[in-house]
Design a protein around this ligand. Structure first.
Ligand code: ANZ
Ligand code: ZN
Length: 799
């Protein structure tokens, strides 16, 4: 009897498809389970083994849930707008539509080849008009609610991709698409006011089940800080310089101030600043640096003293000098700081280098060596002297500032508004018209979708202009409000637009009246379990939580948070333990593995190879081990009898519990190991009861669904094993049966020991020699022979 995986796998994939077995029902009395995996970008390279791992986790949970009687929604789709397809189109002069369709087709076939139980009736593609119509609809809602706006500020710009990037897309100063260094450029672009949702995004974390590290990463990214704004009057001027500080308690320790090189104060007072040349030269140098370089804590401090402007400390009346320096960012707080070198290390380093005064206002530390950032008694601080608690001093200072009208309590966030645009072709057109009379006007809802026009050339302009700007028939239009001549917005939306709400569309993918039927949304949302990569925690996860929360606020969805639970898989590394990459030639093609060993083996191996959350290297030997495991599962069929085998009940029921629990905890590797051990038990008995074998097949079926369906059919099972009932363990069968047996030394009865029926010889001896009596007799002697008959006798021959 040979396990012909190729035949078995294509047979069952066809049967499942013909029966539409994994289609979610919208009308069902069953409890619902919505399992979501991050939908792929359909790249030209096809599926990667990493995709298989990413989907396999919830594939197993979804299959288990169906067997537990849930109505399961486990959908898949394609996040298909974006630069790679467009760059490929430019290179080969093929329309991105054609390239995208080819890639989607290839991906779909590959996923079907793995036997994933996706609901193929609900596939979505973010580049289809009936999908992006609703992406545009949401954008218009954001615009109407004042959450989409245009602004000219410094933006992150990738000179190689020729696009503006959001902060999330340029983490570490590198372009997320091509990894080139990002530069800062002044440009007017679209923003989404995500900062307005900062508190809601933080609060929402309290009601979801995310791992702690994911919550922390999001909290850190949002970066809420509380402190105060303080106004320092400029000496001999009417105007004040406003700063943001988290330590208003240290105000008496301010010995100078620093503004960002881009701060508008410079240009305003250019006439009276005496060293403008020096300042201009410094500003030019700073413009070349990435923000990432600038905020490096340990970097050598640089800056220029502003000659001709001073400020006045509002509580002490002391005059302090002003500097420009690149360690102060224009995009955070007010772009200006009060420097307290005694208690802030960056200010300390700067003061040392530029010879500025250092006045301690908190007792403690060694001010000759470094800034003191700890707690202590306040000194040199007038009305704060004697305070010992930081919180009290901050409160008191804010009270004084507010009383005198020179400052107030304030909150700041590290997260910035979302730069929401790309100057490229293959994205959703932003549905806005620029009218010389009416300003920015939304395209009327009934005109959506605003379609991407056909273009000849996809290349972006050298000036960073979208290729759409060159199509007059697209650009020139009438204003929807006044009917006058107007021009369309030509930027498109960024990569992350379509994925910010796709989980809602799966619920009702063909709806033409709404993004989804409210009743269906109510039934399916929130997503019960979402699995994906750690790289999306501070990007897609934040963006989509923001959009969803907004849709909740305007009454479109009925839960504030989209994902009740989130988990993340680890990477699959090459056999050499490094990240798989084409250049290193260590990429494993899942299709090759499936052809050679079968999809069931591949699926089992990927979940068996290690901890699901860890990064694990590929090991071909272990793949073969999994194949042998399935070969043996298949062969056991020949040993099946009608009668259950009593001795197998105990390990079987223990396995039901272990596998059931392990799947919930994503401990797939130990679940599979348990099934492997159970198979050993099956092999060590002369026969296996049919019911016992079926239970085993059910437990294995989420991992290896094809072989288990086949064996079930061979056993005469009806319908599909994939939708049969999940086994339930019987606690009473899990109790280890023990018996008391006599222990003999050299054939003479000496004592008795309590042993479990499945204790092996080694365990039996260990338990026996642990008895005090036996320990005494055997002390200093060697056990030369053991005679052990389980349940009957244990005889130790000692010398
Ligand atoms: C005086 C001071 C004294 C400060 C002290 C710190 C310690 P977080 O917690 O990250 O919000 N700061 C404010 N705006 C800045 C900018 N645009 N670029 C660089 N640094 C800026 O940090 C807020 C603190 O970072 C502020 O509090 C300010 O320095 C600095 F013992 O003010 B502090
Ligand atoms: Zn108009």
């Amino acid at each position: 009897m040979k396990y012909d995986f190729a035949k078995i796998e294509s047979k069952w994939q066809k049967k499942w498809a013909d029966a539409d077995l994994f289609a979610a029902k919208d009308n069902s009395d069953k409890p619902k389970f919505y399992g979501l995996v991050e939908f792929p970008y359909p790249s030209g390279a096809g599926m990667h083994v990493g995709h298989i791992k990413a989907y396999s986790g919830l594939e197993v949970v979804s299959r288990k849930r169906r067997m537990q009687g849930y109505n399961v929604l486990f959908p898949i789709g394609f996040d298909a707008f974006g630069l790679p397809a467009e760059n490929y189109a430019i290179k080969t002069n093929t329309h991105p539509r054609i390239v995208t369709d080819q890639n989607i087709e290839r991906f779909s076939n590959q996923m079907k080849r793995m036997g994933f139980s996706f609901d193929w009736d609900r596939v979505i593609d973010t580049t289809q008009e009936d999908y992006y119509k609703w992406t545009q609809w949401i954008f218009l809602k954001l615009f109407e609610n004042g959450l989409a706006y245009r602004d000219k500020t410094l933006v992150n710009y990738c000179p190689s991709c020729k696009v503006v990037l959001s902060n999330e897309d340029s983490q570490g100063g590198k372009c997320d698409i091509c990894h080139s260094d990002v530069i800062q450029k002044s440009k007017e672009v679209w923003y989404l006011r995500i900062t307005k949702y900062a508190d809601k995004l933080l609060e929402g974390l309290n009601e979801v089940d995310y791992p702690d590290n994911i919550k922390q990463q999001q909290q850190h990214w949002i970066g809420k800080s509380t402190g105060a704004f303080v106004n320092f009057k400029l000496d001999n001027e009417q105007e004040s310089l406003r700063v943001y500080t988290t330590r208003p308690d240290t105000l008496f320790g301010v010995t100078f101030m620093v503004i960002a090189p881009e701060h508008p104060l410079i240009d305003k007072y250019a006439d009276q600043i005496k060293n403008m040349d020096e300042i201009e030269a410094y500003r030019e140098e700073c413009a070349k640096k990435s923000e990432f370089e600038r905020i490096e804590i340990n970097k050598d401090k640089t800056g220029v003293k502003i000659d001709g402007l001073m400020a006045i400390n509002p509580v002490s009346g002391k005059k302090v000098p002003l500097f420009i320096a690149d360690y102060v960012m224009m995009g955070y707080g007010t772009g200006a700081i009060m420097a307290v070198p005694a208690h802030d290390q960056r200010d300390y380093d700067f003061a040392r280098k530029f010879g500025e005064e250092i006045i301690p206002v908190i007792k403690g530390g060694d001010i000759d060596k470094e800034a003191y950032t700890g707690d202590g008694e306040m000194i040199n601080s007038d009305f704060l002297n004697g305070y010992t608690n930081k919180k009290d001093s901050i409160e008191k200072m804010i009270e004084v500032l507010e009383e005198k009208g020179i400052g107030e309590k304030g909150v700041q966030y590290k997260m910035k508004d979302w730069a929401f645009n790309r100057q490229r072709y293959w994205g959703e057109p932003i549905p806005i018209v620029h009218c010389p009379k009416c300003g920015m006007v939304g395209v009327p809802y009934e005109e959506l979708p605003l379609r991407l026009p056909k273009v000849e050339h996809f290349q972006p302009g050298e000036d960073g202009e979208s290729p759409l700007a060159k199509i007059d028939s697209f650009v020139n239009c009438k204003c929807p409000k006044c009917g006058g001549d107007a021009k369309r917005e030509t930027d498109t939306m960024p990569q992350w637009a379509g994925s910010s709400w796709y989980f809602l569309r799966y619920i009702d993918p063909h709806n033409t009246e709404a993004l989804a039927d409210p009743e269906k949304l109510k039934y399916w949302m929130p997503v019960d379990w979402y699995n994906g990569g750690m790289e999306h925690v501070t990007r897609h996860m934040i963006y989509s939580r923001f959009w969803h929360r907004f849709l909740y606020d305007i009454g479109v969805v009925n839960t504030p948070e989209p994902y009740a639970k989130r988990s993340a898989q680890g990477l699959i590394l090459g056999p050499d333990g490094t990240k798989m990459s084409k250049s290193k030639g260590n990429v494993v093609d899942p299709l090759d593995v499936a052809d050679k060993y079968g999809a069931d083996t591949l699926r089992t191996y990927i979940l068996f190879m290690g901890d699901y959350g860890a990064s694990t290297p590929w090991n071909e030997n272990s793949v073969r081990g999994c194949k042998r495991f399935l070969d043996r599962v298949y062969r056991i069929f020949e040993k099946v009898t009608e009668e259950n085998v009593h001795s197998l009940d105990n390990p079987l029921h223990k396995a039901i519990k272990k596998v059931s629990d392990d799947i919930e905890d994503m401990k797939y590797n130990t679940a599979i190991a348990t099934l492997m051990a159970l198979l050993n038990d099956f092999e060590s008995t002369p026969a296996v009861g049919k019911e016992q074998y079926v239970t085993f097949l059910k437990l294995l079926s989420p991992f290896a669904p094809h072989i288990t369906e086949e064996l079930w059919e061979m056993l005469g099972g009806e319908g599909f094993l994939s939708v049969s009932e999940w086994p339930v363990y019987d606690e009473s069968k899990m109790v280890d049966e023990t018996v008391e047996i006599g222990v003999q030394i050299n054939g003479k009865p000496k004592d008795a020991v309590e042993l479990s029926l499945d204790d092996d010889e080694e365990t039996a001896v260990a338990k026996a020699v642990a008895l005090p009596k036996i320990a005494n007799i055997t002390a200093g002697k060697n056990i030369v022979k053991v005679i052990y008959k389980p349940g009957k006798i244990l005889n130790l021959i000692v010398k």
